[in-house]
Design a protein around this ligand. Structure first.
Ligand SMILES: Nc1ncnc2c1ncn2[C@@H]1O[C@H](COP(=O)(O)OP(=O)(O)OP(=O)(O)O)[C@@H](O)[C@H]1O
Ligand SMILES: [Mg+2]
Ligand SMILES: [Mg+2]
Length: 620
């Protein structure tokens, strides 16, 4: 259940199980000795650079990032809206046409080194402070493959069910732009390290209803490649360059053209993001620019008997899941309009701006010839031993589908809560859940009052509910003392704002009904605001917050008082098959108001009210 650290697995590799012959005349260049590469601050400094549109756009300027949580919220809102609509109004299909989508995903690997230089990867440090000579194509420098970068890449390929190739090679893909100092990107074109994988998308993942219960999409290949420098546009025609990102290892995941509905394509991107995160291949997702998607779209008439797909256009650099769906819909509709008007579709690269309705042409689609692919003569083949592959396969983290099943079956969570837990905070929230649960379980086990451990679902759902909803509520305040920012979790699931020990102690007393939900919520806020002097127990004792529940007789008397003058409401329960929950809650609410609220347990009050109703109708 818990993750293995990258370091632990790296040690396996460093023991020499990866056959690596090094690079021709490879020279180790210390990252400390790397020169500070000056940013280009003046437009004239760019005079030797092409100003034609950039032909390949793996690392073009970053559009505004939308936090994952916001993306999920937006998606939920949209799904709700779409759920209410009749399928006719849904935009997943167009009568008479078939859509085909294939996706390329570029994801930054979770490594501390660049792909071909010993410079360390860094995204928040001073610009140009992590740059080796090779990264800026300094004459005389040569690539030196950093074998540790292979570990997260292999984990990703295994999670995508790929066949790992024992021998793969690196190629040069040429294009000229200021973010690529050597004039070519080193990638894997002819012989990638992983091929023939697949991923299964399920109805519960949110695929389009037209795809039924599940759809399996082939992964054509996964290849290793370099990222480009980051361009920071300034006013006028000035661009600043940060070479910290140049040479950072990426994987490109290429799917087969096997998706036929926009939402299913968006779900694929989200699921791959979750998968990469779960196996620690990538730590940053779309929300921080660590993962970007290019979508390839074509249409053909539904009655087209031939096996040939329509001409594809490619929309580059989509940075949110919603953008994937929206851009596909817009491009599909544009292509259909063109074809219906008797025009042909030109193979081209197009762009998409968040919030717009139309894709826009960027340039004609560059092909193999434009890129002048050639094997990189400075890099030997990459030879991957089967023992390494097997070890990584065995130590692979539990994949999201299996984890979701377990959260639902064993811990009793709803699929929706289970999915939220797994998805939030790049998978750290579910790790926090396990940490809290382990402590809570320990406390329940040590509880001398309990003859046996309660049903796992009873305390797991309580913990999940608090970790998702009550913790979530803490950070929704825009003003006041609670507006102290988002909760932050480490990758292993530690949370400094609400330490697991405090939350588990709080949940332990809540589960035992030692304290009320209201008191528990106040204690949580106090923990978050760091207002507690000692721990939870000390705070309960010091403020005498223990729940002093009223007696059974008092519950019954309260039920009777609440029912007084409510004959009309009570009649609604005449048919025992129909038990109007809203009316029942109305009566329970009345009980709470009539009695000493802080001494009443709503669940026990509900049972007392039910009993009273049954007696009223002569059924008990
Ligand atoms: N007719 C089609 N309709 C929709 N998608 C297609 C079609 N033909 C190919 N694709 C998809 O286009 C993508 C091609 O990606 P690939 O990386 O192989 O080539 P590329 O786009 O030319 O390269 P790059 O953009 O990396 O320079 C794949 O995801 C594939 O499934
Ligand atoms: Mg590609
Ligand atoms: Mg492409």
């Amino acid at each position: 259940m818990s993750r293995r650290s990258a370091g632990e697995l790296s040690r396996y590799l460093l023991e020499g199980h990866l056959s690596h012959r090094g690079c021709i005349n490879g020279r180790r260049l210390s990252s400390r000795a790397a020169p500070l590469w000056p940013s280009l601050r003046h437009p004239y400094a760019l005079r030797h650079l092409h100003t034609q549109p950039k032909p390949a756009a793996t690392g073009v300027p970053q559009p505004a990032h939308v936090p994952l949580r916001k993306q999920l919220k937006e998606q939920a809102k949209q799904a709700k809206k779409q759920g209410k609509k009749k399928s006719k109004g849904d935009s997943q299909t167009v009568d008479g046409w078939e859509l085909t989508v294939g996706i390329e995903i570029h994801a930054q690997l979770n490594t501390s080194r660049k792909l071909f230089s010993p410079a360390t990867t860094s995204f928040n440090d001073e610009p140009n402070s992590h740059v080796a000579l090779f990264d800026v194509a300094m004459p005389g420098s040569q690539p030196l493959f950093q074998k540790e970068t292979l570990i997260p890449a292999l984990r990703a390929a295994l999670a995508l069910n790929c066949e790992i190739q024992p021998v793969s090679r690196f190629d040069r893909k040429h294009y000229f732009w200021w973010d690529q100092p050597s004039g070519y990107q080193i990638t894997q074109f002819y012989e990638p390290f992983a091929k023939k994988g697949h991923i299964t998308l399920l109805a519960r993942d949110g695929i389009s209803a037209e795809d039924g219960e599940s759809v399996t999409v082939g992964i054509k290949q996964v290849q290793l490649e370099q990222d480009t420098a980051k361009t920071l546009a300034q006013t006028g025609s000035v661009h600043w360059l940060d070479f910290n990102r140049v040479g950072v290892p990426l994987i490109e995941i290429i799917t087969e053209p096997e998706m036929h509905h926009p939402r299913t394509a968006a779900v694929l991107v989200r699921k791959i993001q979750l998968l990469l995160n779960t196996v620690d291949s990538c730590v940053s997702g779309m929300e921080t620019g660590g993962l970007r998607a290019d979508v390839n779209v074509s249409v053909r008439r539904a009655d087209d008997g031939s096996k040939t797909l329509g001409t594809r256009t490619e929309i580059k650099n989509l940075s949110t899941i919603k953008a994937v769906e929206d851009a596909i819909i817009a491009e599909r509709d544009r292509q259909i309009r063109e074809l219906e008007a008797g025009n042909v579709i030109a193979g081209e690269t197009r762009g998409w701006t968040i919030g717009s309705k139309e894709t826009r042409r960027l340039r004609g689609k560059e092909g193999e010839v434009d890129y002048r692919y050639m094997p990189d003569p400075d890099l030997p083949p990459l030879v991957i031993g089967n023992d390494l592959v097997q070890s990584l396969q065995q130590s692979l983290a539990v994949l999201p589908d299996t984890e979701l099943d377990r959260l639902v079956m064993h811990y009793g969570l709803t699929p929706k809560d289970a999915l939220s837990l797994i998805t939030l905070d790049n998978g750290s929230r579910v790790q926090y859940f396990y940490r809290v649960l382990a402590l809570l379980e320990g406390k329940l086990r040590a509880d001398a009052d309990l003859a046996e451990l309660p049903d796992a679902a009873s305390y797991s759902t309580l913990a999940a509910n608090w970790i998702l909803h009550e913790l979530g509520r803490l950070t929704t305040y825009k003003a006041g003392p609670l507006a102290s920012g988002d909760l932050s979790f480490t990758q292993l699931g530690e949370c400094a704002q609400v330490p697991e020990e405090d939350l588990s102690q709080l949940l332990y007393h809540l589960h035992r009904k030692d304290i009320t939900g209201k008191v528990a919520k106040e204690l949580l806020i106090a923990v978050y605001l760091k207002e507690l002097e000692g721990g939870i127990l000390e705070a309960i004792n010091a403020n005498d917050l223990w729940f002093k529940e009223i007696s059974k007789e008092e519950y019954n008397a309260l039920a009777e008082s609440a029912a007084e003058g409510e004959d009309k409401v009570l009649e609604e329960f005449a048919d025992e098959q129909k038990y109007p929950q809203g009316k029942l809650m109305y009566l329970v609410g009345k009980m709470m108001r009539l009695g000493p609220t802080e001494r009443i347990d709503p669940a026990t009050a509900e049972s007392a009210m039910r009993l009273w109703i049954e007696r009223f109708h002569g059924r008990q």
